[in-house]
Design a protein around this ligand. Structure first.
Ligand code: CA
Length: 338
């Protein structure tokens, strides 16, 4: 099943080499000095803006006092690769056997809580565990960047200022609501926080205080983490009477026209059957009234999938189909128990 596509590997290494040679190494020192000054000025402006908007001045001052310019954050943002690896390699990296084993054993460990949350929100527990595992390695890798530093550095850099300013104000709300202290607000270099790696705006929309202690604690309380993940999915249209989709094959006559996640390409299985899509073992698609989209992340010669509405919900969590498929695979393997 594993097919190496050398063309993609050459592109992959080509992009890396290009990235190394286009770094402005000589100019780095002076840029950093200049930026630090500009950043301090920017912070003061941001603080006044926040206070004008009505944020508690004590919270704003505390947040600003801890913020420092993080050139590494800006660099990481600029160097984000487009698509470096094939889906096969991505899945092997993201869903290794050890991760499946941990997922199965952690599911067992938290079974009572997970099943309760699963019932309450209408989301199969295996998808909650799979997102937890994919986002933070079951809470072990949450990121140690101070969120206020990361968000203000990225806002100051300017390429996506409006987005990161919005995240900064949302982070102020999180502290102001008392869910976490300023100095405990840690996350990834891009500001994704806690075991569910929510951006601050997602936290405000979806985070849940499930254990009822008054704090939405996605950093350290499993009940809050699981319920927050489930609440995101449920709010975005998850339906637990269905799964995510399936891997498929084509008959010789079909070549994947009509692929894509657009609404007008989300059609009944009977239409896909008529076009020439089959189950992975080439048997007919199930004769049930379900709509699906065809996706071909690596083109018609790569892995092919029919995905249902729940996969569209996963795309709202993260727009990468690679990501959605890695979550789906982990969920399926949790279901099988290996
Ligand atoms: Ca709580």
């Amino acid at each position: 099943m594993r097919v190496l596509n050398m063309g993609r590997f050459i592109v992959f290494f080509g992009v890396l080499v290009l990235a190394i040679f286009t770094q402005p190494i000589a100019a780095q020192g002076s840029n950093t000095e200049k930026s630090e000054q500009g950043y301090q000025l920017y912070l003061r402006q941001l603080a006044s803006e926040a206070k004008e908007m009505g944020y508690d001045p004590a919270v704003v001052d505390a947040a600003i006092a801890t913020a420092t310019f993080r050139p590494t954050v800006v660099k990481a943002d600029k160097n984000q690769p487009e698509k470096k690896i094939t889906l096969d390699d991505y899945l092997n990296t993201r869903v290794p056997d050890w991760k499946v084993k941990q997922a199965v054993s952690l599911y067992e460990h938290h079974k009572a809580l997970l099943d309760e949350i699963s019932n309450k929100y209408g989301v199969q527990a295996r998808f909650i565990v799979a997102l937890w595992g994919n986002e933070s390695n079951f809470g072990k890798i949450q990121g140690s960047y101070p969120v206020f530093s990361a968000l203000t550095s990225l806002a100051y850099e300017g390429r996506r200022e409006a987005l990161f300013k919005k995240q900064f104000f949302a982070a102020l709300s999180i502290v102001q609501e008392g869910h976490v202290q300023v100095d405990a607000l840690k996350g990834s270099w891009a500001g994704a926080m806690g075991q569910s790696q929510f951006m601050p705006t997602s936290f405000l929309t979806y985070a849940v205080d499930y254990d009822g202690d008054g704090k939405k604690d996605i950093w350290g309380t499993p009940a809050d983490v699981f319920a927050s993940i489930a609440n995101f999915l449920a709010s975005e249209g998850w339906d637990d009477s269905y799964t995510w989709g399936r891997q498929v094959k084509f008959t010789a006559q079909y070549h994947g026209e009509h692929s894509g996640l657009d609404k007008d390409k989300f059609v009944p299985l009977s239409t896909w059957q008529a076009r020439g899509v089959r189950k992975f073992d080439m048997s007919p698609l199930p004769a049930v009234d379900v709509k699906a989209s065809l996706i071909m992340p690596d083109g018609p010669s790569g892995r092919l999938y029919l995905v249902y509405n729940n996969f569209h919900t996963l795309m709202k969590w993260n727009r990468s189909s690679y990501f959605g498929l890695s979550v789906s695979y982990l969920a399926d393997r949790i279901n099988k128990g290996y």
